[in-house]
Write a protein that binds this ligand. Structure first.
Ligand code: CP
Length: 349
């Protein structure tokens, strides 16, 4: 283990594992770092740290936000792509995990199979960030609820909001339906998940969310009646209808979702006037969400949400990596520098 890291390793796997207090503290950390960014004065608390980023699936926001956040905090991020590293073809996950743990300070991983993240965590001795699997998307979920906390309806606190997901909540896809549910469960919020019956949430997933809600005071409603679901929504969260690798289902999905589950102005106008639209992006304009909603100057908070990915990643990196950073003894650094210089000066003449 590197001498400059220390302490217990915590991984970011599933937001349902957080307590409400932890999430609120995390939101405060993100808020503070966002403010520091607005002042142009982000502290370099991760100086000398390296984040290995493995992307088995495409990404714009997650990649750019993690890499920029590491730079802002004084560290460095490595983009590692399948085909350019041995992982996934010629090297076992446990060996890659061990090697990265011996050289880096954190690992960020995007992969389809949730099992892959769990396996990486089994062997990594540095924090692992789940940057999306086809099961969940914790860095996005944290960002979304931080964004909602910045755009609360007048007179309401975060505890009072009703969040409505509209779209695919099927077990093997439906990523944001599950992620939004995990966040509502951890925070004890009212959550309605609204999908056509064929694409509705599995009983197992409903049980997982409800079990946590028993502890936190949240509620889960599962319905296909979108008109009723949005009638008192404070926030509506859609997601894409067709995922990478599911293109052959596209026609069936379109037939099931369109037009009733499209987030358009008709749907938004059924909700209270203060209700805001989110979308994790990338969006298929005029498919699951219309441009009129996406670009709406007051009803859409989609691009504030996207920018908050950066502020959120800073907060997450500070939260998970900073406690393990060990301050270098500057006297010792100067002494070692002198020792190395004398050695090189005598040997390289
Ligand atoms: N929302 C999201 O994760 O975007 P990317 O796929 O571009 O990272």
């Amino acid at each position: 283990m590197k001498a400059r890291t220390q302490g217990k390793v915590k991984h970011l796997i599933d937001t349902i594992d957080f307590t409400k207090e932890e999430l609120l503290s995390l939101f405060e950390t993100i808020r503070m770092l966002k403010e520091f960014d607005m002042q142009g004065a982000v502290p370099k608390i991760l100086k000398g740290a390296t984040l290995a980023m493995i992307f088995e699936e495409p990404s714009t926001r997650t990649r750019v936000s993690f890499e920029t956040a590491m730079t802002d905090l004084g560290g460095h991020a490595l983009y590692l792509k399948p085909g350019e590293i041995h992982f996934g073809s010629h090297e076992a996950i446990k060996d890659t995990a061990r090697i990265l743990s011996s050289m880096c300070h954190g690992i960020m991983f995007r992969t389809k199979e949730h099992e892959g993240i769990l396996k990486l965590c089994e062997y990594a001795t540095i924090p692992v960030f789940n940057a999306m699997t086809y099961y969940n998307h914790p860095t996005q979920g944290i960002c979304d609820f931080f964004t909602m906390s910045e755009h609360l309806p007048e007179g309401k606190s975060l505890d009072d909001i009703h969040v409505v997901f509209v779209g695919d909540s099927r077990e093997d896809t439906g990523i944001m339906s599950k992620e939004t549910g995990h966040m509502c469960a951890a925070l004890g919020l009212r959550y309605t998940v609204c999908s056509p019956e064929k694409y509705s949430m599995s009983k197992e997933e409903q049980k997982k969310i409800r079990d946590k809600m028993k502890l936190t005071g949240g509620t889960l409603t599962v319905t296909d009646q979108v008109e009723e679901a949005v009638a008192d929504a404070d926030f509506i969260v859609p997601d894409v209808w067709t995922y990478y690798g599911y293109e052959e289902e596209e026609a069936d999905r379109m037939a099931n979702f369109m037009p009733r589950y499209q987030l358009n102005m008709d749907m938004l106008n059924r909700a209270p006037e203060h209700c805001k639209a989110l979308h994790c992006l990338p969006a298929n304009r005029e498919v699951e969400i219309t441009s009129e909603v996406l670009d709406h100057p007051t009803r859409s908070i989609v691009f504030q949400e996207a920018e908050n990915r950066l502020h959120t990643q800073r907060g997450l990196l500070a939260w998970y990596l900073y406690p393990r950073m060990r301050e270098a003894d500057q006297t010792l650094v100067r002494y070692n520098e002198g020792k190395l210089r004398s050695f090189l000066d005598t040997r390289l003449k």
